[in-house]
Design a protein around this ligand. Structure first.
Ligand code: NZQ
Ligand code: ZN
Length: 388
């Protein structure tokens, strides 16, 4: 296990009816609020009205940034920053899925910065401060509710990039699983794949002597596998939605499950370049890529893949070589993704090979990616080719 520091400052308020604590939470922060949300799901579900009533109870002055896109755009973030400056807002409230939360974080760090917020996504400037931010989560997937990361798309340049900062952690996140009952099947599938992928990025590590971390990862994966299928069959099954929600938050909250372990993240970086050009859902790209990444790298550390196959997918190791066990685990991952309805190839999304070179080049713009196996441009191109 490596030396590590771990800090996570986000307060989690979990359970049915917890939106009713919003006014109380706001009392600790500013009263001039920018309310950020997406394309209307919160109005359809009735959550918008409940949030407004809490804001009223808190005596807040409210301005709105509506219409945040899935794969949120830097042009929308800039509008939010301008609204905060124009109306001297001092608190940001994000109500929605990962895209809304990520846009809100970018607004929060962008307001006190004199330059353009895109500088933070391209390593041109360091984040030194942010407006305080709170969230009400409506979709279980990204972990954005309890981490300091944000992923933003620059559509004009076809770039999708991320930043991470301790200043961007939400002060609080309200997680009421009942608001996820309305998440449609395809977005539920996306959430399942994204959460599992976050665990993969941490679990497939060259670091040794980390049995607790490995078992935390394995138990999250098993909990997602079981409850994911249940939530798809019964969208309003509270226990299934609640278990998924907790898994999503644990899977990516500043690395709690993988403290002292080297993480990989190459598959995420490759995926972001696919979304940047084709505007597909993040998890659709991950579903296509991850089993192919696994096939490409598994020989780097076969024992971890054997453990994954046996402990997570219950592959029977009797009479099989390590290679066969590892490949059976990878196939079980692909089969599960297919069973729940996630895509298996770029062709499934009508994407051909014409942009492979471009995506591979952009993935390694700042150098080789990943750590389980360091991938150069040619490696990335080969994984993309396997994914056609
Ligand atoms: O826009 P609205 O109308 O709210 O509809 C959304 C959107 O169309 C809908 N939705 C959300 N909650 C709903 C609902 N529909 C019905 N009922 C509800 N309760 O779902 C659609 C997708 O929402 P989105 O926020 O885009 O999904 P997700 O949470 O999967 O976020 C994806 C974004 O997060 C980034 C991805 O790259 C992508 O841009 N990521 C962020 C990370 C982070 N901050 O740590 C890490 C991830 O790896 C990921 O890269
Ligand atoms: Zn992800």
């Amino acid at each position: 296990m490596n030396t590590f520091q771990f800090q996570n400052p986000t307060r989690i308020i979990f359970g049915p009816g917890t939106v009713d604590t919003l006014a109380e939470q706001l009392a600790e922060y500013g009263k001039r609020v920018l309310l950020i949300y997406g394309g209307g799901s919160i109005k359809a579900s009735g959550l918008y009205d409940q949030v407004q009533s809490q804001l009223k109870q808190a005596g807040a002055v409210v301005h709105e940034l509506a219409g945040v896109e899935p794969n949120p755009r830097v042009s929308t973030v800039r509008k939010g920053i301008a609204l905060c400056r124009e109306h001297q807002l001092d608190f940001i409230l994000a109500v929605g899925g990962g895209s809304v939360l990520d846009a809100a974080k970018a607004v929060a760090v962008g307001v006190p910065y004199e330059g353009d917020v895109w500088d933070f996504l391209t390593y041109k400037a360091e984040i030194k401060s942010a407006l305080p931010l709170g969230t009400v989560l409506t979709l279980t997937a990204t972990g954005s509710e309890m981490n300091g990361s944000s992923v933003i798309t620059n559509w004009e340049e076809n770039l999708k990039k991320a930043f991470g900062s301790i200043h961007a952690y939400p002060k609080f996140s309200i997680l009421d699983p009942t608001w996820t009952f309305t998440v449609p099947a395809n977005q539920t599938v996306n959430g399942i794949v994204d959460m599992m992928s976050h665990v993969f990025e941490q679990y497939f590590s060259l670091t040794s002597d980390t049995p607790l971390q490995e078992r935390l990862c394995e138990s999250i994966l098993q909990t997602v596998i079981e409850n994911g299928e249940l939530a798809l069959k019964q969208p309003d099954n509270y226990a299934a939605r609640a278990n998924l929600m907790l898994c999503g938050t644990y899977a990516l909250n500043g690395g709690m499950i993988s403290v002292g372990m080297q993480n990989d993240w190459a598959s995420h970086m490759i995926e972001h370049e696919i979304s940047a050009i084709y505007d597909i859902a993040h998890a659709e790209g991950l579903s296509i890529l991850f089993p192919n990444w696994m096939k490409y790298v598994h020989k780097e550390r076969i024992d971890r893949f054997v453990q994954f196959a046996v402990r997570v997918w219950n592959v029977d190791p009797a009479g099989k070589s390590d290679e066969d066990i590892a490949l059976a685990g990878i196939q079980a991952t692909r089969d599960y993704f297919t069973r729940i309805g996630a895509p298996a190839s770029l062709g499934d999304l009508k994407i051909d090979g014409k942009d492979l070179e471009r995506m591979a080049k952009e993935t390694v713009r700042y150098g080789p990616v990943g750590s389980f196996k360091k991938l150069n441009e040619e490696d990335v191109r080969q994984i993309l080719e396997l994914s056609l």
